[in-house]
Write a protein that binds this ligand. Structure first.
Ligand SMILES: [Zn+2]
Length: 374
């Protein structure tokens, strides 16, 4: 009794012990979108002058052609050429963190800077030191997606779509019961498949595989768009792997093409959802990456503790509750761990109450003038 009264007193007079939860006022649906290993350098300055060259980028496309596609002298113009939706729409109507050249720091806290630790951090809200490899196996900790799927109003409407089959472990497919489509796996054919679905199945089964874990982004986009039209998700994860895979192969030309198409896929998803009454004006996108990479003519290909700067990421948010502060500059650092509670708060849930280890939401992406309990 004494202890609890003391605690109540402490919470009352020392409010920073228990900050009030933040919640969104208008958002009903939230989508977390990830382009794997897409560096902040490309996001904020476009094509890298050191890698667009024939000598260092491993490019098969000629330097002249690549420059025509992606080069402008001015970095602000260059980034908009590479990411027209991100800079033309998301950054204008929402916010983007992580331009270290302008005093905004976004980073992972897992100390590993590779994929499984990153997806775990963003979806649970805290790092797990035991995760030493992408082959770690089924995640022992519940993600915010697994937790949200237990609420009656969200149950069956929380889904994971991703190009990488390892998401089955990260989001613990067998335990979580989430709707999941990952890698090269399509659900078994039923008797009444449309010609379009039959064609898609044929392409999935006959296309040469980059590797057995990763389907191409365009293959994911088709089934993701179908699902959004028919599945009525309220909480959705969309993971795109190409930007990481082509960087590991040392093909900067294909990193740029993949990044550019990723921007298109995000636009396509945004515009489709805004055209649907169920989603129009009530949907927030959080767009990010799972880790950074090294820089310079060699280290850009890889990421992890050996490659300096791999901890640096970027986080963008657009939606009806997010003030249009644009590219954030000279602002407090944000972390990958904050994404889980931020996502939950957009659908009115307090992940920190359920999981005290989780980092707090990014308060700046919620409208300060909305509910008084912020
Ligand atoms: Zn990688």
């Amino acid at each position: 009794m004494f202890r609890s009264r003391l605690l109540a007193f402490a919470l009352c007079v020392v409010p920073w012990l228990a900050p009030a939860p933040v919640f969104a006022a208008k958002t009903q649906n939230v989508v977390l979108i990830v382009s794997d290993g897409l560096r902040w350098q490309e996001i904020f300055t476009g094509a890298d002058p050191r890698l667009i060259s024939d000598k260092t980028g491993g490019n098969w496309v000629s330097e002249a052609d690549l420059r025509k596609r992606y080069w402008r002298e001015d970095p602000d113009e260059r980034r908009e050429l590479l990411f027209p939706f991100l800079w033309g729409t998301v950054a204008k109507r929402g916010q983007i963190f992580g331009n270290r050249r302008r005093g905004s720091d976004a980073h992972v806290t897992n100390g590993k800077a590779f994929s499984y630790p990153g997806y775990n951090e963003m979806s649970t809200g805290y790092p797990n030191d035991a995760i030493e490899s992408n082959e770690y196996g089924p995640n022992p900790n519940a993600t915010v997606f697994e937790w949200l799927n237990k609420f009656d109003e969200l149950h069956g409407r929380v889904a994971i779509y991703g190009t990488w089959s390892i998401y089955d472990d990260i989001f613990n497919k067998s335990r979580s019961g989430l709707t999941m489509r990952t890698g090269w796996t399509l659900p078994p054919a039923n008797g009444s498949e449309s010609p379009r679905d039959a064609l898609l199945r044929e392409l999935y089964s006959t296309t040469t595989q980059f590797d057995e874990e990763d389907v191409g982004n365009s293959f994911l986009q088709v089934i993701l768009m179908d699902y959004v039209r028919t599945g009525q998700p309220r909480v959705l994860f969309a993971g795109y792997g190409e930007t990481d895979n082509w960087a590991h192969q040392g093909r900067y030309d294909l990193v740029l093409d993949s990044a550019h198409r990723f921007d298109y896929f995000v636009r396509q998803l945004w515009e489709a959802m805004q055209s649907m009454p169920r989603y129009r004006g009530t949907t927030t996108f959080i767009i990010t990456t799972d880790h950074g990479r090294g820089s310079g003519p060699v280290q850009w290909k890889e990421h992890g503790i050996e490659e300096n700067g791999s901890e640096n990421i970027w986080i963008a948010v657009i939606g009806p509750d997010t003030p249009a502060l644009g590219e954030r500059t000279h602002t407090a650092p944000v972390t990958q761990a904050q994404i889980a509670a931020t996502l939950a708060a957009f659908v009115g849930k307090d992940w920190n109450a359920a999981q005290p280890k989780a980092a707090r939401p990014i308060a700046a992406v919620f409208d300060a003038a909305a509910p008084e309990d912020k």
